[in-house]
Ligand binder design. Structure first.
Ligand code: SPD
Length: 290
C-alpha cells in the first residue's frame, strides 16, 4: 500500500500490511496501475532492485528472485522421473520459467498466466528476473485461467506441475482447492512431481496448514520445504512438493543437481535436505492433531 502521494523520482515507503505489522521497501514508483484482475505496483529500490507488488502484497524483487524461484523449481525439476514437459500456472514474472530452462532435458514449458498485464510489465521492468526467456522456443505462453487449463488437460500430460501464484485469495484462491489439486494429480505422468508456493508458517499459519492438509489428502506423499524470502511477511516461507508412489521430490538426482548447483545462489541438494527438516514444531503438532 502506498502511504504517500505520487511524485516522479521521489522515494516512498511502500508497505504490505499484515496483522498490524508493515513489511516495507523504500523505492521510486515506476508503475502504478490496475489490470482486469488486480492492482499492480512496480518500484525501483536501491537495495532490492525493481520489485513487484500485487493487490498490496509483495510478489518478487530482483534481489529475492533466487530466494523464491530456486526453492520452488529445483526440488521438483531435479527429482522428477522425467522432465520433458513442464506446466507452470501463474509465474507471469518469468522467474520460474527461467529456472526450468536451466535443465537441458526440458523440452517444452506451458506457462499459463491469467494476467497479461503482469507479464507485459514484468518483461519491461523485471528483466533481471526473466532475462532472455521470452524468445526461447521451448516456452509456450498462454494467457488463460490456470484452473480451466488443468480441467481441460488430458490425463498424464506433464512431468512436473508448478503453481507459482500469489496468496490464497482472489484469483489465486482456487489454486489451492481440493478440486484443482485433484486435476493436477490427474495430469501428472508416472513419477511426476507437483510443486506450489505454500505461504509462511509464521505469518499465514492457517493458510499454510490448510494447504499442506489439502495436498496430503490428494497425493500419496507431500512435504513442505522451508527457506527465507526477506521481503515477504516474517521472511520465513514455504514451498510444498508432492508425488505419488514415492516421495521423489526428497531426492535430487545427482545427474541433474550437480550442474544446477553451479548456478544457484540459495538452493543445493544439501540446503534442500535442511529445508525439508525445518518444519517448526507447532506446525508439526498442528498437522499431527488433524
Ligand atoms: N506473499 C507472497 C506470495 C508470493 C508468491 N508468488 C510470487 C510470484 C513470484 N513468481
Amino acid at each position: 500500500m502506498m502511504n504517500n502521494t505520487f511524485e516522479t523520482h521521489k522515494e516512498y515507503w511502500i508497505d504490505e500490511y499484515h496483522h498490524g505489522t508493515r513489511y516495507g521497501i523504500k523505492g521510486e514508483i515506476l508503475v502504478q496501475t490496475k489490470s482486469k484482475f488486480q492492482e499492480i505496483l512496480i518500484i525501483k529500490s536501491k537495495f532490492l532492485g525493481n520489485a513487484l507488488l500485487l493487490n498490496n502484497c509483495w510478489m518478487i524483487s530482483e534481489k529475492h528472485d533466487n530466494h523464491y524461484h530456486e526453492c520452488l523449481i529445483h526440488p521438483a525439476l531435479s527429482s522428477a522421473k522425467t522432465i520433458e514437459k513442464i506446466l507452470i500456472i501463474g509465474g507471469g514474472d518469468g522467474g520460474s520459467a527461467k529456472e526450468c530452462l536451466k535443465y537441458s532435458a526440458v523440452k517444452e514449458i506451458d506457462l499459463v498466466e491469467i494476467d497479461e498485464l503482469v507479464m507485459e510489465l514484468s518483461k519491461k521492468y523485471l528483466q533481471k528476473i526473466n532475462k532472455d526467456i521470452w524468445d526461447n522456443k521451448k516456452l509456450n505462453i498462454h494467457i488463460k485461467d490456470g484452473i480451466e487449463w488443468v480441467k481441460s488437460t488430458e490425463d498424464n500430460s506433464y512431468d512436473v506441475v508448478i503453481i507459482d501464484c500469489s496468496d490464497p485469495k482472489g484469483t489465486s484462491k482456487g489454486l489451492f482447492s481440493l478440486a484443482f489439486l485433484k486435476d493436477c494429480k490427474r495430469i501428472l505422468k508416472y513419477g511426476g512431481v507437483f510443486a506450489t508456493q505454500s505461504e509462511s508458517p509464521e505469518s499465514f499459519t492457517n493458510e499454510h496448514l490448510k494447504i499442506i492438509k489439502n495436498i496430503r489428502e490428494t497425493f500419496d506423499f507431500a512435504d513442505p520445504m522451508y527457506s527465507y524470502v526477506p521481503m515477504y511477511p516474517s521472511g520465513l516461507w514455504s514451498w510444498t512438493f508432492a508425488s505419488d508412489n514415492k516421495p521423489y521430490f526428497q531426492k535430487p538426482l545427482l545427474s541433474r543437481s550437480k550442474r544446477i548447483e553451479e548456478e544457484t545462489l540459495i538452493w543445493s541438494s544439501s540446503y534442500q535436505k535442511g529445508g525439508f527438516n525445518l518444519m517448526p514444531s507447532f506446525i508439526q503438532k498442528a498437522l499431527n492433531q488433524s
